[in-house]
Design a protein around this ligand. Sequence first.
Ligand code: SF4
Ligand code: SF4
Length: 189
Amino acid sequence: MAYYVNRGSEMTWWEKSYIPEIIKGMWLTTRRFFHNLFGFIPFFLGTEKNRRIMTVYYPEEQVQYPVAYRGRPVLAQNEDGQPACVACGLCEIACPAYCIHIEPGQNSGKQNQYERWPDVFNIDYAICIFCGNCEEACPEEAIFMSDECEISMLDRKQMLYTKEQLLVPVADLQKRIEFTRNMYAKWNY
Ligand code: SF4
Ligand code: SF4
Protein backbone atom coordinates (compact mmCIF):
# COMPACT_ATOMS: atom_id res chain seq x y z
CA MET A 1 0.00 0.00 0.00
CA ALA A 2 1.37 3.43 -0.88
CA TYR A 3 2.31 5.73 1.97
CA TYR A 4 1.77 9.45 1.47
CA VAL A 5 3.48 12.18 3.47
CA ASN A 6 1.10 14.91 4.56
CA ARG A 7 3.18 17.98 3.72
CA GLY A 8 0.45 20.35 4.87
CA SER A 9 0.50 19.21 8.52
CA GLU A 10 1.42 21.81 11.14
CA MET A 11 3.75 21.06 14.06
CA THR A 12 2.43 21.68 17.54
CA TRP A 13 4.15 24.11 19.90
CA TRP A 14 5.54 21.12 21.79
CA GLU A 15 7.05 19.68 18.60
CA LYS A 16 8.45 23.04 17.53
CA SER A 17 10.46 23.29 20.73
CA TYR A 18 12.43 20.24 19.45
CA ILE A 19 14.06 19.24 22.77
CA PRO A 20 11.27 16.83 23.86
CA GLU A 21 11.23 15.27 20.38
CA ILE A 22 15.01 14.81 20.43
CA ILE A 23 14.77 13.15 23.86
CA LYS A 24 11.95 10.95 22.57
CA GLY A 25 14.06 9.87 19.56
CA MET A 26 17.09 9.15 21.76
CA TRP A 27 14.95 7.13 24.16
CA LEU A 28 13.62 5.02 21.28
CA THR A 29 17.14 4.45 19.88
CA THR A 30 18.57 3.55 23.30
CA ARG A 31 15.70 1.17 24.04
CA ARG A 32 16.16 -0.56 20.69
CA PHE A 33 19.92 -0.79 21.27
CA PHE A 34 19.54 -2.64 24.61
CA HIS A 35 16.71 -4.73 23.23
CA ASN A 36 18.97 -5.96 20.42
CA LEU A 37 21.97 -6.32 22.75
CA PHE A 38 20.26 -8.57 25.30
CA GLY A 39 17.14 -9.74 23.45
CA PHE A 40 18.71 -13.07 22.46
CA ILE A 41 19.30 -14.20 26.08
CA PRO A 42 15.82 -15.63 26.93
CA PHE A 43 15.84 -17.60 23.67
CA PHE A 44 19.27 -19.14 24.32
CA LEU A 45 18.40 -19.87 27.95
CA GLY A 46 15.34 -21.70 26.67
CA THR A 47 12.86 -19.56 28.60
CA GLU A 48 11.32 -18.28 25.37
CA LYS A 49 10.47 -20.25 22.27
CA ASN A 50 10.98 -17.45 19.76
CA ARG A 51 13.71 -14.87 19.54
CA ARG A 52 12.62 -11.36 20.32
CA ILE A 53 15.16 -9.85 17.95
CA MET A 54 15.09 -10.19 14.20
CA THR A 55 18.84 -10.47 13.59
CA VAL A 56 19.66 -13.12 10.99
CA TYR A 57 22.66 -15.23 12.02
CA TYR A 58 24.28 -15.14 8.63
CA PRO A 59 25.78 -17.28 7.08
CA GLU A 60 24.30 -20.14 9.16
CA GLU A 61 20.86 -18.65 8.56
CA GLN A 62 19.80 -17.43 5.14
CA VAL A 63 17.06 -15.06 4.16
CA GLN A 64 14.58 -16.12 1.48
CA TYR A 65 14.56 -13.14 -0.84
CA PRO A 66 11.32 -12.04 -2.54
CA VAL A 67 11.04 -12.58 -6.28
CA ALA A 68 11.39 -8.84 -6.89
CA TYR A 69 14.86 -8.88 -5.35
CA ARG A 70 17.66 -7.89 -7.71
CA GLY A 71 20.72 -10.03 -7.10
CA ARG A 72 23.39 -10.74 -9.67
CA PRO A 73 22.21 -10.77 -13.32
CA VAL A 74 22.45 -14.19 -14.99
CA LEU A 75 21.99 -15.59 -18.48
CA ALA A 76 19.11 -17.96 -19.19
CA GLN A 77 20.27 -21.30 -20.58
CA ASN A 78 17.91 -23.18 -22.90
CA GLU A 79 17.26 -26.91 -22.56
CA ASP A 80 19.84 -27.62 -25.29
CA GLY A 81 22.53 -25.94 -23.21
CA GLN A 82 22.72 -22.80 -25.38
CA PRO A 83 22.15 -19.28 -24.01
CA ALA A 84 18.80 -17.72 -24.97
CA CYS A 85 20.78 -14.60 -25.85
CA VAL A 86 21.04 -13.52 -29.51
CA ALA A 87 23.86 -11.06 -28.86
CA CYS A 88 21.80 -8.05 -29.96
CA GLY A 89 23.73 -5.83 -27.57
CA LEU A 90 20.71 -3.98 -26.14
CA CYS A 91 21.62 -4.87 -22.55
CA GLU A 92 25.18 -3.73 -23.17
CA ILE A 93 23.90 -0.33 -24.34
CA ALA A 94 21.34 -0.07 -21.52
CA CYS A 95 23.89 -0.85 -18.81
CA PRO A 96 24.73 2.38 -16.98
CA ALA A 97 27.86 0.91 -15.41
CA TYR A 98 29.32 -0.36 -18.71
CA CYS A 99 30.01 -3.72 -17.11
CA ILE A 100 28.65 -5.95 -19.91
CA HIS A 101 30.90 -7.00 -22.77
CA ILE A 102 29.48 -9.00 -25.68
CA GLU A 103 31.13 -10.38 -28.79
CA PRO A 104 28.56 -12.00 -31.11
CA GLY A 105 29.19 -15.27 -32.88
CA GLN A 106 27.58 -15.93 -36.24
CA ASN A 107 26.40 -19.15 -37.73
CA SER A 108 28.57 -19.94 -40.72
CA GLY A 109 27.20 -23.42 -41.30
CA LYS A 110 25.59 -25.99 -39.08
CA GLN A 111 26.92 -25.24 -35.61
CA ASN A 112 23.39 -25.09 -34.17
CA GLN A 113 19.91 -23.88 -35.01
CA TYR A 114 20.60 -20.35 -33.83
CA GLU A 115 21.49 -17.52 -36.17
CA ARG A 116 23.31 -15.53 -33.57
CA TRP A 117 24.60 -16.14 -30.09
CA PRO A 118 27.28 -14.58 -27.91
CA ASP A 119 30.78 -15.95 -28.40
CA VAL A 120 31.81 -13.80 -25.45
CA PHE A 121 29.43 -12.51 -22.79
CA ASN A 122 31.09 -11.06 -19.72
CA ILE A 123 29.64 -9.18 -16.77
CA ASP A 124 31.97 -7.49 -14.33
CA TYR A 125 30.19 -7.77 -10.99
CA ALA A 126 32.82 -5.53 -9.42
CA ILE A 127 31.15 -2.56 -11.13
CA CYS A 128 27.59 -3.85 -11.68
CA ILE A 129 25.10 -1.79 -9.68
CA PHE A 130 22.29 -4.40 -9.85
CA CYS A 131 19.93 -1.90 -11.45
CA GLY A 132 18.10 -4.44 -13.65
CA ASN A 133 18.33 -2.32 -16.83
CA CYS A 134 19.82 -5.25 -18.74
CA GLU A 135 16.84 -7.44 -17.84
CA GLU A 136 14.42 -4.70 -18.85
CA ALA A 137 16.15 -4.03 -22.18
CA CYS A 138 16.38 -7.67 -23.29
CA PRO A 139 13.88 -8.59 -26.05
CA GLU A 140 14.62 -12.33 -25.78
CA GLU A 141 14.08 -13.11 -22.08
CA ALA A 142 17.74 -14.02 -21.97
CA ILE A 143 19.08 -12.12 -18.98
CA PHE A 144 17.47 -12.01 -15.54
CA MET A 145 18.19 -10.68 -12.11
CA SER A 146 18.70 -13.66 -9.81
CA ASP A 147 18.37 -13.83 -6.03
CA GLU A 148 22.09 -14.52 -5.57
CA CYS A 149 24.12 -11.85 -3.86
CA GLU A 150 27.09 -13.79 -2.48
CA ILE A 151 29.69 -12.71 -5.00
CA SER A 152 32.35 -11.09 -2.83
CA MET A 153 35.95 -11.98 -3.77
CA LEU A 154 39.42 -11.09 -2.56
CA ASP A 155 40.54 -10.43 -6.13
CA ARG A 156 38.45 -8.02 -8.22
CA LYS A 157 39.52 -9.82 -11.41
CA GLN A 158 37.59 -12.91 -10.28
CA MET A 159 34.40 -10.85 -10.32
CA LEU A 160 34.50 -10.74 -14.11
CA TYR A 161 32.13 -13.61 -14.92
CA THR A 162 32.25 -15.25 -18.33
CA LYS A 163 29.33 -16.66 -20.32
CA GLU A 164 29.84 -20.15 -18.90
CA GLN A 165 29.74 -18.81 -15.34
CA LEU A 166 26.67 -16.69 -16.04
CA LEU A 167 24.48 -19.45 -17.46
CA VAL A 168 21.57 -20.66 -15.31
CA PRO A 169 19.03 -23.24 -16.59
CA VAL A 170 15.83 -21.53 -17.68
CA ALA A 171 13.83 -23.91 -15.44
CA ASP A 172 15.51 -22.38 -12.38
CA LEU A 173 14.45 -18.89 -13.43
CA GLN A 174 10.73 -19.52 -13.89
CA LYS A 175 9.57 -17.43 -10.91
CA ARG A 176 11.57 -14.43 -12.05
CA ILE A 177 10.45 -14.89 -15.66
CA GLU A 178 6.78 -14.88 -14.57
CA PHE A 179 7.42 -11.87 -12.37
CA THR A 180 9.02 -9.83 -15.16
CA ARG A 181 6.25 -10.76 -17.61
CA ASN A 182 3.63 -9.50 -15.16
CA MET A 183 5.62 -6.40 -14.35
CA TYR A 184 6.30 -5.35 -17.94
CA ALA A 185 2.72 -6.16 -18.97
CA LYS A 186 1.53 -3.64 -16.38
CA TRP A 187 3.91 -1.06 -17.79
CA ASN A 188 2.57 -1.75 -21.33
CA TYR A 189 5.93 -3.00 -22.66
S1 SF4 B 1 22.18 -4.92 -13.45
FE1 SF4 B 1 22.54 -2.84 -14.29
S2 SF4 B 1 24.71 -2.47 -13.92
FE2 SF4 B 1 24.42 -4.68 -13.69
S3 SF4 B 1 24.80 -5.56 -15.69
FE3 SF4 B 1 22.62 -5.15 -15.62
S4 SF4 B 1 22.38 -3.11 -16.50
FE4 SF4 B 1 24.55 -3.35 -15.97
S1 SF4 C 1 21.00 -10.70 -23.11
FE1 SF4 C 1 19.23 -9.99 -24.26
S2 SF4 C 1 19.62 -7.81 -24.62
FE2 SF4 C 1 21.58 -8.73 -24.01
S3 SF4 C 1 22.55 -9.23 -25.95
FE3 SF4 C 1 21.45 -11.06 -25.26
S4 SF4 C 1 19.45 -10.94 -26.28
FE4 SF4 C 1 20.38 -8.91 -26.42
